[in-house]
Design a protein around this ligand. Structure first.
Ligand code: GLA
Length: 395
């Protein structure tokens, strides 16, 4: 029987993710409702006969490193997503990795708030795990991918993106408890409503630093609560009433952050029940509430995203809209009547261009499988040097 050790090359498809509700909740130990999407990165890996690794990406160029030398953080940020994962795998698998080449292409927009970075990290983690038969389980691959982002990229992300990219399933949303990683698969049944993303193409430099600041603020807020109530381990678990009872102990900003987190966690659980009860319109109202909280209390929105959400309020065919992902740019997620999708996209594009002079990029998404090994083999396909050449079976 052929063992993975004989495999010389492998193709991985690694998806982006959406999140219906539960934003900035994962690192607070609460519940989120994401799903992996059909837009994916394609990563093609080959073993080499030496210790050299070459990574090539459509759009980002290429770089090289020696797999047997200690890996250092690069000044070129996108390289860190890969270097961080390779470093984590090397430590976990005690240097069982050898030289490899990797060619990255795909149709996943970067900076759109749909977790292209997690797709890259998890795609590399899964691909090298298979190629070198490392036997690392999915939970550890998720952990290695998150730590790559913390330690090499310096973005102190939660677990939602990496978990979804690895564990996502076609036509299912994951109701994920980020403290325990327990999760439930919910059928995506938005009836006649489509999930439409509007990418603002705004990408503020502050995104990473402000993200890390939000995380620190939540840690400070939790400490204030724990002084009185040491039984709470996560901010998302603290009921709103408890936070309100301690109002005078908080600086105003921290109070707002804590209230948002408590409310958003409760909203996510409510939203999941509404989805199960087929109450889609009520589900959509919670998305609007989520955006209001993100914009006013958590302060991670920008005028461009507020504009896009406000615009939808004039259309009864749109039942829910909010910013998605870390904020400070990226996309809004909208539930739009299928008969109105085209018109909605046209109107939003024109109004957005008039207001900000920026072209919107719309994306209608379907929920698809998490990371997949598409093909592997001894000599299953020839080595290609250009992205156009990459022939993906079943693509
Ligand atoms: C980014 C992070 C996630 C999560 C979201 C906000 O996508 O990578 O961990 O915190 O922002 O919900």
């Amino acid at each position: 029987m052929k063992s993975n050790k004989d495999i010389e090359q492998i193709i991985i498809k690694s998806p982006g993710r959406i999140n219906l509700i539960g934003e900035h909740i994962d690192y607070n130990g609460g519940n989120v409702l994401p799903g992996s999407i059909k837009h994916k990165l394609t990563l093609k890996f080959y073993k080499t006969n030496n210790n050299q690794c070459t990574i090539s990406s459509e759009g980002y160029g290429s770089f090289k490193f020696d797999i047997k030398q200690p890996l250092k953080i690069s000044s070129n940020q996108w390289e860190n997503y890969i270097l961080g994962v390779v470093d984590g795998l090397n430590k976990k698998a005690l240097n069982e990795l050898n030289g490899f080449d990797c060619i990255i292409s795909g149709d996943l927009p970067i900076g759109a708030g749909i977790a292209s970075s997690a797709a890259l990290e998890c795609g590399v983690a899964k691909g090298l795990n298979e190629l070198f038969d490392l036997n690392i389980n999915d939970e550890d691959l998720i952990d290695i991918s998150c730590k790559a982002e913390h330690n090499f990229v310096n973005n102190k992300c939660g677990v939602m993106d990496q978990f979804t990219v690895i564990k996502g399933q076609e036509k299912k949303l994951l109701l994920l408890n980020c403290a325990t990683l327990e999760h439930k698969l919910l059928s995506v049944n938005f009836k006649n409503y489509k999930i439409v993303l509007l990418n603002s193409n705004v990408n503020h430099n502050l995104a990473t630093s402000e993200y890390n600041i939000r995380r620190e603020e939540c840690e400070q807020a939790l400490k204030i609560i724990q002084d009185q109530y040491p039984e709470y381990n996560f901010l998302a678990d603290v009921p709103e009433a408890v936070i309100k009872s301690l109002k005078e102990k908080f600086p105003k900003k921290l109070f707002q952050r804590a209230i948002y987190v408590s409310q958003e966690n409760a909203r996510t659980l409510k939203a999941a029940s509404l989805l199960e009860e087929d109450k889609i319109v009520d589900f959509g109202s919670l998305m609007y509430q989520s955006h209001k909280g993100l914009s006013e209390k958590y302060q991670v929105s920008v005028p461009e995203l507020d504009f896009l959400v406000d615009l939808t309020k004039g259309f009864p065919q749109v039942i829910g809209s909010r910013l998605m992902g870390g904020g400070f740019g990226g996309s809004t997620i909208n539930l739009v009547d299928e008969t109105f999708v085209k018109e909605f996209i046209n109107i939003a594009s024109v109004e957005f261009k008039n207001k900000f002079n920026i072209n919107l990029t719309p994306l209608v998404v379907d929920i698809s499988n998490g990371v997949e090994v598409i093909n592997s083999g001894l000599n299953g396909f020839a080595k290609h040097n250009s992205f156009e050449d990459v022939n993906i079976p079943g693509n």
